[in-house]
Design a protein around this ligand. Structure first.
Ligand code: ZN
Length: 65
């Protein structure tokens, strides 16, 4: 598996004590040897189910008075 960010080699590792919304405390994921990117099954599932938000081309300027 290659890192999606820097395309370095990724290793399969176990991670502990990283509680998320599902209450997972122990899981297996991928860690990049190049940039340290970590990909776990939850992240992969989220990326499949939720496409990245598209940034609006026009930005409204907020005026505070
Ligand atoms: Zn990387």
């Amino acid at each position: 598996m290659k890192c999606p960010r820097c395309e370095s080699y990724m290793v399969h590792e176990s991670f502990e004590d990283l509680r998320d919304d599902t209450g997972t405390l122990y899981f297996f994921g991928w860690r990049c040897l190049g940039c340290g990117e970590i990909i776990d099954p939850v992240i992969l599932a989220n990326r499949r189910n939720r496409p990245a938000p598209i940034e609006s081309k026009t930005r409204k300027r907020l005026v505070f008075r």
